[in-house]
Design a protein around this ligand. Structure first.
Ligand SMILES: Nc1ncnc2c1ncn2[C@@H]1O[C@H](COP(=O)(O)OP(=O)(O)OP(=O)(O)O)[C@@H](O)[C@H]1O
Ligand SMILES: [Mg+2]
Length: 284
């Protein structure tokens, strides 16, 4: 248990390093964690941040696929001392580092003492390479996911307006209150039709959290439901590269501006002349 705590403390170390650790999670699967992680990293890189993504999903290797990259080595190779962090890390567009987790991620939590020093050494080097480490966790509350969430500086929880996604988000929040009570939780509502849709979804979740858990949530933002997200997945080229003008990526840029402390006003679904004309027509 001590060993595991030391590794996770390295990931989350606040005093000595400036590298911030953000864990992206969700109650229900398939709500858009990987899509948000990948594009948030791209948007943050646009703001000059050095970003590394740890693919913490134990299931399919998602992050490397989203970038159209093929992972040769994973955290598993790091743990057995065969490879260094530099050797397992892939480089994506805008200099984004991608650490493929594979099954090695689970073992991060259960290390032998001899393996531990090697891992700490490697993770320590990571701190010098990045300002931000974004962990794409799996959905729900596996043992490893909980550890990542506890170790993070901030948690971004993704949900959609779907009742099942909201119920699962609430379930996760309830557990997190006990397991990671100190970590600030920011909600992103993905696949919304409108700003009102996003606000209503957040309010529903927040009301339940306030009433039954006596807690509070931070509304980080929303992302519009946008068919271009699906197109980018098919093309294996992230949205921020293939469709940087899309309404979904505009929202993610806005969220990135909040993460990096720069305020921007939220994007409207149809901006520019088209949006202006729509509003004008509606006023008649
Ligand atoms: N804003 C959006 N608009 C339209 N489609 C979206 C949006 N966000 C995500 N999707 C679609 O939802 C699907 C799931 O997204 P993604 O893989 O990012 O979810 P996930 O939470 O990482 O899933 P898992 O739990 O399996 O890891 C993708 O096929 C993607 O195209
Ligand atoms: Mg995923």
């Amino acid at each position: 248990m001590h060993d595991q705590a030391s590794v996770l403390r390295i990931l989350a170390k606040k005093e000595k390093s400036k590298m911030r650790v953000i864990a992206v999670t969700s109650g229900k699967g398939g709500v858009g964690k990987t899509s948000l992680t990948v594009n948030l990293a791209l948007a943050l890189a646009e703001y000059g941040q050095r970003v590394v993504i740890l693919d913490g999903d134990l299931g399919l290797a998602n992050v490397d696929v989203a970038f159209g990259l093929i992972a040769r080595y994973t955290v598993e190779h790091l743990l057995c001392g065969e490879k260094t962090i530099e050797e397992i890390m892939l480089t994506g567009p805008r200099g984004i580092g991608i650490i493929p987790g594979g099954s090695g991620v689970q073992n991060l939590a259960n290390l032998d003492r001899d393996k531990l020093s090697n891992v700490i050494l490697n993770l320590g080097r990571l701190e010098k390479m990045a300002d931000l480490l974004i962990i794409d966790t799996g959905a729900g509350l596996g043992y490893t996911v909980t550890n990542f969430l506890q170790a993070a500086d901030d948690i971004i929880m993704v949900t959609t307006p779907e009742p099942t996604a909201l119920t699962d988000a609430y379930g996760l929040l309830k557990t997190l209150r006990k397991e990671a009570g100190e970590v600030p939780i920011h909600i992103v509502v993905n696949r919304v039709r409108s700003e009102n849709d996003a606000q209503a979804t957040f309010n529903r979740l927040e009301t339940a959290v306030r009433k039954f858990l006596h807690g509070s949530l931070n509304f980080m933002g929303w992302v519009y439901d946008d068919p271009l997200v699906g197109c980018s997945v098919m093309q294996q080229d992230p949205l921020g590269i293939s469709f940087p003008e899309s309404s979904a990526y505009r929202c993610i840029q806005w969220i990135a501006s909040k993460v990096s402390g720069i305020y921007q006003s939220p994007p409207r679904q149809a901006g520019g002349v088209k949006g202006f004309l729509n509003k004008l027509l509606r006023s008649f």
